[in-house]
Design a protein around this ligand. Structure first.
Ligand SMILES: [Zn+2]
Length: 237
């Protein structure tokens, strides 16, 4: 116990020293971070629009309730163009990725963790990237977010349950119907993954139409998953 306390205080002293010589900057506004801040400053965090329970309920009904595949849904924020969260999500894809990914995971876990705990999930899985895309980028950003969530909620991340079997087109300009077509049969269960009776959370960074998460969930349920839940950093229109 004492050694843990000593270790922790040594760790924070070391971090402060490190911060003195190598100050870190806010991912969104680029100002210098205080010793107690990680990745994004408190002022930027407070400007990100929170997804309230009413909004989450509405999104669930719009995007998931009709097909009975996703049992419940949670999200921490609402995505707004040209605001703090867009800068943070951009950094997650292009620079500072490991730190930002874990930071976002911890942030959403602290925001909606209580609701997520009631799902009694066995595992968290990221929406998979195609292996070509992963090779190009070097990592899957949703997997980094999962790891931050795992750290807070003690639900393990299992990154290799699903794989993307087809290279899908970028969906940014597609309609809901086009997106559904684009992701249809895009995912498969990896051989020998046993998910029978499991309760699984699928994580993505931004939820737009819900087509991608629904398609992942469909594959999981066809392979015996008991319940599948959706969790995202933000909701977009
Ligand atoms: Zn900031």
């Amino acid at each position: 116990m004492l050694s843990t306390v000593l270790h922790k205080s040594f760790e924070s002293a070391a971090n402060q020293l490190l911060g003195f010589f190598f100050p870190s900057f806010c991912t969104a506004c680029k100002t210098k971070l205080a010793a107690t801040e990680k990745c994004v400053c408190q002022s930027c965090i407070s400007k990100i629009q929170i997804a309230d329970s009413e909004r989450i309920e509405r999104e669930y009904h719009r995007k998931f309730s009709h097909n009975n595949i996703i049992s419940a849904f949670q999200s921490a924020f609402v995505f707004e163009k040209d605001k703090e969260l867009q800068d943070i999500l951009h950094a997650l894809k292009y620079n500072n990725k490991f730190l930002v990914g874990k930071f976002l995971g911890e942030l959403i876990a602290s925001q909606v963790g209580e609701q997520v705990k009631t799902w009694n999930a066995d595992m968290i899985i990221p929406v998979p990237l195609h292996s070509l895309k992963k090779a190009e980028r070097g990592y899957n950003q949703a997997e980094l977010i999962c790891k931050g969530i795992s750290k807070v909620l003690f639900i393990p991340t299992k990154p290799n349950v699903l794989k993307r079997s087809r290279y899908t087109l970028s969906q940014t300009t597609m309609t809901l119907e086009e997106r559904k077509e684009n992701v249809h049969k895009a995912f498969v269960l990896r051989k020998k993954r046993k998910i029978t009776g499991k309760r699984i959370i699928i994580v993505d960074d931004v939820l737009t139409t819900g087509a991608t998460i629904t398609e992942c969930a469909r594959v999981l349920k066809e392979n015996g998953a008991e319940e599948v839940y959706a969790l995202s950093v933000a909701i977009a229109d």
